[in-house]
Design a protein around this ligand. Structure first.
Ligand code: NDP
Ligand code: 8X3
Length: 248
């Protein structure tokens, strides 16, 4: 079984790669940072077959060319994990930076579509496949100062539902996963490298780990043929809602 994971250089994507390697999946690892991809591939190739693709999901042509360039044995993608994405900035909409908006809408929404467009036709041809889209609690509950990120993740949810409606008849499962606070590089990226501010997001409670979400992805993709895990919301035990976290 071949699994293509976007955003495999860090966080949830990297943990998913490790979890799927343990299950014997062959891995196509994608990201922009080639050095990181080589490190992850080097580690996991002890366990399974691994290949890497370097592209920015926002670049429609680069996505199509990279995925089309896969050698014959890798062309049949059984599992697609649309994970690449980030938040950029946290500010009221009237103060928002349009470059941040572009990064979120182009990366989290358009990028997911471009990758899906390159993979879905093969799945339809084979009449089988599984797409896992990483949305967020932010896609279900909009919070102040997060309008554009929340909108991008609400779009991912809508795309998951739409994909399921269009693809179920072709034997393709679609799973939407909506995590709450997971401690990864997510907040460092959101706060543009301010590690101190990022660390505060996870202070005073036990956040989710990337491995927690990877385990959920494994659960979804290894479910029996007659079972589709359509939607999973996963929160840290101290998190009751997007912005309600009980800290010690
Ligand atoms: P990380 O910052 O640790 O990982 C983000 C990954 O996405 C990196 O591998 C990065 O790779 C890749 N990526 C980002 N932008 C692009 C791009 N334009 N082109 C290609 N790859 C890109 O964060 P997480 O692991 O936490 O985030 C993974 C997903 O989970 C995201 O979609 C995020 O929105 C979602 N999520 C995260 C939550 C959290 O609390 N952490 C909660 C809910 C959802 P590279 O930089 O090498 O390209
Ligand atoms: C990431 C979780 O709540 O910071 O999607 O937006 S949150």
């Amino acid at each position: 079984m071949n699994a293509l994971i976007t955003g495999a250089t860090s966080g949830i994507g990297k943990a998913t790669a490790a979890a799927l390697a343990q299950r014997g999946y062959n891995l196509i690892l994608c990201g922009r940072r080639t050095d990181r991809l080589a490190d992850v591939a080097g580690e996991l190739s002890q366990q399974t077959a691994v290949t890497t693709l370097t592209f920015d999901v926002r670049d429609r042509n680069a996505v199509a060319e990279a995925i089309a360039s896969l050698p014959a044995g890798w062309q049949a993608i059984d599992v697609l994990v649309n994970n690449a994405g980030n938040a950029h900035g946290l500010s009221a909409v009237q103060d928002g930076d349009p470059d941040d908006w572009d990064a979120m809408i182009d990366g989290n929404v358009q990028g997911l579509l471009y990758v899906s467009k390159a993979v879905i036709p093969g799945m339809v041809e084979r009449q089988k496949g599984h797409i896992v889209n990483i949305s967020s609690i932010a896609g279900k509950q909009t919070y102040a100062n997060g309008a554009v990120y929340c909108a991008s993740k609400a779009a991912v949810e809508a795309l998951s539902t739409g994909m399921r409606l269009d693809l179920t008849q072709h034997g393709i499962k679609v799973t939407n996963i909506a995590p709450g606070a997971v401690e990864t590089e997510f907040s460092v990226v959101r706060f543009k490298g301010d590690a101190g501010r990022a660390a505060k997001v996870y202070e005073g409670f036990d956040p989710l780990t990337a491995r927690d979400i990877a385990d959920a992805i494994v659960y979804a993709v290894t479910a029996p043929a007659n079972v589709t895990i359509a939607d999973m919301t996963i929160l840290a035990s101290a998190q009751a809602a997007a912005t309600t976290i009980y800290r010690k």
